[in-house]
Design a protein around this ligand. Structure first.
Ligand SMILES: O=C(O)CCC(=O)C(=O)O
Length: 346
């Protein structure tokens, strides 16, 4: 056995021990131990592929491994399958099925699923071991979720009609915002600018929500955004959560891609026609999103969105949309950021 294989085996064994310890300590019904031992490596291997450098090439194998572990009853694999179900990964998108899986996973002992269910059904964010509530099961909680209500988006208010800039109040709940902050926090890294990597003009940090890090809350955000814009989900780039500490900023820039430099990229994956920001908190000073050429400075309350077109009515880059993420002067600023293309990747 190579040292890499040995390392992997040790990691899987440690994950298995930790998983068993956690479920035992929660006093939940343990499934047959031998079944768990069989499912755990499949789940861990699937997750390792999704989080690794070959995710784009090997995603189908990862999905098959996680699906197999889920079919055998592994609660965290069932929770992960819920993400595939709502996104339509290797199957048709089906939110009802995804929420049912989330409840099933929570009933089986997945804390990750239980915490998401609380956020979606009860508007409650619990960072530690959650309980459904007195006399209430996870399945009961699931029945409280109405899909039309969950995906509803409030009426936007125009801040500018040309270029179009819209404020959407309360597109997300406080609990959903807290969830995304908590999910992004441990993964923050230096933010980058398109094709240039880390840049002195963008000193804040960010966490991408790529395949391995998606959950039902980030998917609810994406679904609401796609619905509000009338855009197919496939036009949405990888979502990001941005974090600004005092003094950190994203200096003046435009979000459209320059057709002179990036013609091929635009032809293949589309132009970045819309930017959506969802403000995840409000307990900071300063930190507005500013459009100096339009005289607009905007700061949403927790859960509010700002949506703006980066191109003009003819679809051409609109330099008037130049904007900046200003630095907070006290506190920390958290924002969910979504760039949207004008067609699906080819
Ligand atoms: O954080 C902000 O207020 C602005 C973010 C931004 O400029 C962007 O995502 O393009």
């Amino acid at each position: 056995m190579s040292s890499k294989d040995k390392e992997r085996e040790e990691r899987l064994a440690a994950a298995l021990r930790e998983n068993l310890r956690r479920r035992k300590s929660q006093g939940r019904q343990l499934r047959d131990r031998s079944t768990l031992i069989e499912d755990e490596p499949r789940f861990e291997e699937g997750m390792a592929i999704l989080g690794g450098p070959d995710a784009a090439l090997e995603w189908q194998r990862a999905v098959d491994l996680i699906d197999a572990a889920a079919a055998a009853g592994h609660p965290d694999a069932i929770a992960r399958r819920a993400v595939f179900e709502c996104r339509g990964v290797g199957r048709d998108s089906d939110w009802v099925r995804a929420l049912d899986s989330l409840a099933l996973a929570a009933e089986g002992g997945s804390e990750w699923a239980a915490r998401q269910l609380l956020v979606l059904a009860d508007g409650r964010f619990e960072p530690e071991t959650p309980t459904a509530g007195p006399g209430c099961s996870w399945n009961d909680l699931r029945t409280r979720i109405s899909l039309p209500q969950l995906m509803a988006t409030p009426q936007p208010q125009a801040l500018s009609t040309d270029p179009l800039i819209m404020a959407v109040p309360a597109i997300a709940t406080a609990a959903e915002c807290q969830w995304l902050i908590a999910a992004a926090g441990p993964r923050l890294q230096a933010a980058e600018v398109y094709q240039h990597g880390v840049d002195p003009g963008r000193t804040n940090r960010f966490a991408p929500f790529s395949f391995a890090h998606q959950d039902l809350i980030s998917e609810v955000f994406r679904t609401r955004i796609a619905q509000a814009l009338g855009a197919p989900q496939q036009c949405l780039e990888v979502s990001q959560v941005l974090h600004y500490a005092v003094g950190q900023e994203f200096v003046l820039h435009c979000d459209f891609l320059d057709p002179r430099a990036l013609g091929e990229e635009i032809a293949r994956n589309g132009q970045r026609i819309v930017t959506v920001l969802i403000y995840l908190n409000e307990d900071f000073e300063g930190g507005a999103t500013s459009f100096p050429r339009l005289g607009i400075e905007h700061r949403g309350a927790t859960g509010d969105a700002l949506m703006f077109r980066n191109v003009d009515r003819a679809g051409q880059p609109d330099p008037r949309t130049q904007h900046a993420g200003s630095a907070p002067s006290s506190g920390e600023k958290w924002v969910f950021s979504q760039w949207v293309r004008n067609h699906e990747p080819s």
